[in-house]
Design a protein around this ligand. Structure first.
Ligand SMILES: [Zn+2]
Ligand SMILES: [Zn+2]
Length: 103
């Protein structure tokens, strides 16, 4: 029932630092990274003059401008809000216990 939340959490993780996105930015291929992670990655590629996506290896030139993805930033904030998580965790354990006792 609550797999939706886990999926969201994965989508909101940066594949460079494997943590929740900090200042999420979306690059032209549609992948999301922390502003600082993709900046660092592209700084390393600066001498080549070609900027690749760490996830799908798509190459961009010139270096795309990074714009903060406000919608994703809000989703990350929601995930970090402690008020949301304990409530759904309780519900999850309740369902588990209920399933165990009925079998
Ligand atoms: Zn990151
Ligand atoms: Zn990509």
């Amino acid at each position: 029932i609550h797999t939706g939340q886990t999926m969201d959490q994965e989508k909101l993780c940066c594949s460079v630092c494997l943590d929740l996105l900090k200042k999420p930015v979306t690059i032209p291929c549609g992948h999301n990274y922390c502003m600082s992670c993709i900046k660092r990655h592209w700084d390393k590629e600066e001498p080549k003059g070609a900027y690749s996506c760490p996830q799908c290896r798509k190459v961009f030139a010139p270096r795309p401008e990074l714009v903060k993805n406000t919608m994703l930033a809000e989703l990350v904030e929601d995930l970090k809000t402690p008020a949301i998580r304990p409530a759904s965790a309780d519900l999850y354990f309740f369902v588990q216990e209920h399933e165990l006792s009925s079998s």
